[in-house]
Structure formats: C-alpha cells, structure tokens
Design a protein. Sequence first.
Length: 400
Amino acid sequence: MLEKFTFRDMGSAYSSFLEYSGLQECVILQTCNRVELFGVGNTKDIERVKKTWASVAGLEENAFKENLEISEGTEAFEHLLKLTSGLDSLVVGEEQILGQIKKSINTARELNASGNNLNILFDKAIRVGSRVRHSTGISRGSISIGSMAVKLAEENIDDLKSKHILLIGTGEAASLVAKSLKKRNIEFFITSRTYERAKAFAETVGGNPIQFENAISSFKKVDVLFVATVAPYFLVTYDRIKEAMGSKKTGMMIMDLSNPRTVDERVSTIKRIKMMNLDQIAEIVDKNMRSRIGVVSSAEKIINEEILVVEAVMKRLEVEPVVKNVFKDIDQVRIKELKKALQMLGETDEQKIRIIDQLTQAIVEGIISTPMNNLRKATEQGDSELLKSVSKLFNYKIKE
Ligand SMILES: NC(=O)c1ccc[n+]([C@@H]2O[C@H](COP(=O)([O-])OP(=O)(O)OC[C@H]3O[C@@H](n4cnc5c(N)ncnc54)[C@H](OP(=O)(O)O)[C@@H]3O)[C@@H](O)[C@H]2O)c1
C-alpha cells in the first residue's frame, strides 16, 4: 500500500506540489514505513493537495479514502517532534529517522521547496529530537531491526558462528545486519543484484562478496538467510527454497527484513524452514522496548515542553511579515514627509538634517513599537483576533 503513495522522482514531485497543490512550501519525508508531506499554504484545500499527489504518484483519486491521516497546526508540530525523537518509529528511539528527516529538509531546501516556515520548523524539530535523545538516552538502549534479526538467529540456531550465512541486499537495512554480525565476529556472504555494490559493501561494512546468480543457486548450503532489498517481486521464491531443501539435511532460518516482502510467505510452509518477516521482528523489538516505558514518558515530557516553544516560534512567523510591512509603510511616509519638510526649510546643514531625521524616526518608533510588540505577544499566545484587525486596518493579507 505504502509503495503506491511513494514518489519516485523527488524533483518532479516537488515542482508539481508547488505549482498545482496550492502549497507555498512543502517537504516530503519518505522512509520504508511512511510517506509524509508537510505543507504550508494560504488555503486548506486538502482536495487539491490529494489531486496533485494522485497525479504525481499515479494513484486513483479514491486511493486516499482509508489511507490518509491529516494533522494541522500544533498536532502536526507534535507529530514532527515525535518523529525526530524516534517515538513514532517501528523501533522506538532508533537513530535513522533523524538522519532521514535531515536529508528530507536538505533536499527540500536545495530544490527551493521549503521556505522560512518549514525550514525553521524542521531545524527546531531536529534540535528537539537531539535533545530528547541526549537527555533521556532513548536511543542508547534501542536495538535496531538488523541487530534484533541477528539476535533472533543466535537464539534459534546453535553455534551460529559455524553456519553458512547469506545476506542479500547492500542498503541501509542490510548494513544494520552486517554490522551486528561483524560485532559478534560471525562470517557471512554478501550478495546484491549488482556485484560491484556487494564488493564495495564487503570492503566498507564487511562480508564475503559473491555473485547474485551463484548465491541464488547455492541456497542448499545456506543455514541462515537475511534478505533486505527493495525488489518489487519475490526474490526468494517457494520453488527455489523447496528445491534447495530437497537436497539439504539441516534446516534453514530466513529473515525477511524487506517491506514489501521479498520472500514468498509460502516458504514458511516448507519443512525445516523457520521464517520471520519484518513485522514479526519489529513486534519482538517493540516488546523489548516496553521495559523502557519510563524513558518514553520522559521523552514525552520534553516534547510537551518544547511544543509550546515551537508554537510560539511558528506563531511569530505568522505575525512577523505584518509587523515588517507596517514598519516599512510608515517609514516610507516618514521619509517622504521628511524630504518635503527639508526642502521647504531649505536646510543644508548636515548636523541639523541628522537631528530632524532622528527625531522623525524616534516619533515613528515611539508610536508604533508598543502596539507591534503587543501584536507579537498576542499572536504568540494564540490570540489571532488582533492580527486580523491589524491586517484589516493596514490592508494586509494574512493566511486564512
Ligand atoms: N532502511 C531501514 O532502516 C530499514 C529498516 C527496516 C526495513 N527496511 C526494509 O529493507 C529493505 C531495504 O531497505 P534499504 O533502506 O536498505 O534500501 P536501499 O538502501 O535502497 O537498498 C536496496 C537494496 O535492494 C537491492 N535491490 C533493489 N532492487 C532490486 C531488485 N529488483 N532485485 C534485487 N535486488 C534489488 C539493491 O541492490 P543493487 O543496488 O545492487 O541493485 C540494494 O542492495 C526495504 O524493503 C525496506 O523496507 C529498511
């Protein structure tokens, strides 16, 4: 399902959203567990956003019916803070999401898709995520899906070190498995569709690289198989494993970390096969994490504090353009009238001109500063009525 909503070409996705959706700013966050769009706009026309999304991803319009969650304002800020803190991850506290969020905002910045609002929001959320991780230690005890898969293999198989282990995949998920195997000094074979990538992986992360075709045809030797790829079909089919097990006396453990799965579920029905998929591994990780409930509640406490700061910062962003325009317009009037007066006086003495200029500036600031500061304060505290009135008084347009 998630696959359907995924954006393949970020550049064209961003330009379509900016051109057709009514959003002035946007950031796309896409990981193996979520596809999210953060947007800022003058209208709340969700239908237009959905239409754009449908056309970019090639979806039917009703695809969103049961698959879309929408959050606005504070709820959306809170969601982002939970994400950066790792509270909304499959493995609570995991580090990767923070890196993925940094990557998303950087891409949006490079493509000029994010602006003042989202840049400030994401920067703040990333700082909160780091603070939560530092002060609660939520990431310290966290166990990655990759190392849990290795731990489960260790628990289920006697003397794992002496077994023939094959890892298919050279991406992030595969490297989590590889790192965990290496940490335990366990030898393994690594393969990927592209042999060069398997070789490079072996050099940087570890493992003995083998050609993909050789790996697939040597399943009968394999005792433990880890699969972490993004192949859009079953790489490990029922027939292949059935054939391998025909000439194999011992069992085989298969861990499919891929989402969507790349090992056919029917494989688990073959005799002497023990199989686990990503959801099952994640569930075990989740149970492990329950023991850290105290840590989660301290993380939530920090988020509750920080959400107030984020709200104030974002509200300030709403009011700042109006304040800036009021000062600018009044200053233009001041300069125009100052010039007129100086001309009428025929004043040429620089010191006198400077004194008159400073006098007019002081009058303008003296009159306008207090109301503008009150406007800022009121908006930060959630009172938007004053902003509406000021905008009306000075003929400025603000977000609905
Ligand atoms: N990243 C995570 O933290 C994480 C966590 C849990 C689960 N997962 C799941 O793990 C899987 C891999 O994620 P990833 O982030 O590691 O992805 P990735 O970095 O994009 O790596 C993709 C791997 O899949 C291989 N691949 C792609 N298309 C293939 C095809 N048609 N046939 C055979 N191999 C193919 C690639 O091999 P070549 O490049 O050599 O072609 C590469 O080794 C995904 O299903 C994801 O949902 C990821």
